[in-house]
Ligand binder design. Structure first.
Ligand SMILES: Cc1ncc(COP(=O)(O)O)c(C=O)c1O
Length: 379
């Protein structure tokens, strides 16, 4: 090993508040490191074996089973692994399910993107009548609120209603499961999946890019009701069809084996922590500590989201000037805290508090925020 490599190995890990890809639990990384060269004593890494091998099939079942157990996924749902990120789901959902009319709840940059992709799919429809893609609600341009259930308007006979349960860029989060008795609900839960208990039975489909709470980037989890799968457009190419993923155990082609393996390890970790009730309570407490500091800062830190819409996963706020925001990030970095810069489209600061972020890490950040305010606040 070179001197440089040795030095890097000894480096202390940072407190990583990045929005995604983001921090993974240390225990998971350590286990992956232990098993890197020889998984289960087979003399090869999990990345180096056939996805059709018995060993890998066990890895796949473990990850699927972990998600089922932790999220209480009912038996009439499939758990699938896809690639292409959550962004591919923005296109696959309308490709598979848009026939006449779909509605989008637009509460932030990601749900707006999902709707725009659906509009493109609509435009590419070859039939005589183009389907409709409509807004069920919009909080543009501020994206600082979450609608009450009664404010979301859609036609009950439509193909589906889509929403994003946590807007990673804007920092707003639904604190309820959107319930539509007679209409399939499709949810982008990329940045809050497994951060608290949700009622899966209320959804026809939940999807999430793994790179926040579940594992590495490049793999997406799709939880879909079998009844809804029946409605898939049967004429799609294999890799764009949910049905082909369901019929081929998520492997119509070579999957991201490493990603699936890590999701299995993250599931072990969540179970060891006590499951979603415990994880949910810790996450609520982490967010409470940061928002409390924002609220007592006399306007020095200004939250983007209205208090009742605040996200527990992505806390977004601004400081009195861009210079102070830069100084905030630079000084935090010197103290080992990184990933705090807001998304490039909105600026400001964003603190992401996914499952792997500990209460201790948050307490250190809050202490820094307090010190920074005392030194820089000029009322
Ligand atoms: C809520 C949400 N949806 C979708 C995406 C897009 O994910 P990907 O980059 O995996 O396509 C992101 C990415 O951060 C996200 O936060």
């Amino acid at each position: 090993m070179t001197q440089k490599n040795k030095a890097m190995q000894n480096m202390e890990r940072i407190l990583n508040f990045s929005a995604g890809p983001s921090a993974l639990p240390l225990e998971v990384l350590e286990r992956a490191k232990e098993e890197m060269l020889s998984f289960n004593g087979i003399g090869a890494s999990v990345m180096e074996i056939s996805h059709r091998s018995k060993t890998f099939l066990q890895v796949l079942e473990k990850a699927k089973g972990g998600i089922r157990e932790i999220m209480n996924v009912p038996d009439d749902y499939e758990v699938l692994f896809l690639s292409g990120g959550a962004s591919l789901q923005f296109a696959m959902v309308p490709m598979n399910f848009l026939r006449k009319k779909a509605y989008y709840v637009v509460t932030g940059a990601w749900s707006l993107k999902a709707m725009k992709e659906a509009e493109k799919i609509k435009e590419s429809h070859c039939g005589n009548s183009k389907p409709e893609v409509l807004k069920a609600y919009s909080s543009e341009p501020d994206f600082s609120v979450i609608p009450l259930p009664t404010e979301i308007q859609f036609d009950e006979g439509c193909d589906y209603v889509h929403y994003c349960s946590n807007e990673t860029i804007d920092g707003v989060e639904f604190d309820y499961d959107l319930n539509a008795d007679k209409t399939p609900v499709v949810c982008d839960a990329s940045s809050c999946i497994m951060s608290k208990r949700i009622d899966v039975s209320k959804y026809s489909m939940i999807y999430a890019g793994a790179q926040k709470n579940l594992g590495p980037s490049g793999i997406t989890v799709v939880i879909v009701k079998k009844e809804f799968l029946e409605l898939c457009n049967p004429k799609l190419p294999t890799l764009l069809s949910y049905r082909s993923f369901a019929e081929n155990n998520s492997m119509p082609n070579t999957p991201n084996t490493w990603g699936i393996y890590l999701i299995g390890l993250v599931c072990d970790w969540i179970r060891e922590k006590g499951g979603l009730e415990v994880i949910g309570r810790i996450n609520a407490e982490k967010a409470r500590l940061i928002y409390e500091e924002i609220d007592r800062s006399d306007g020095f830190y200004r939250g983007r989201a209205k208090p009742e819409a605040r996200s527990r996963m992505n806390v977004t706020f601004t400081l009195p000037s861009k210079e102070l925001e830069e100084k905030f990030c630079t000084e935090a970095k010197k103290l080992g805290m990184d990933g705090l810069k807001g998304h490039r489209s909105v600026g400001g600061i964003r603190v992401s508090l996914y499952n792997a972020i500990t209460l201790e890490a948050v307490a250190r950040l809050v202490e820094f925020m307090r010190d920074f305010r005392v030194k820089n606040h000029k009322p």
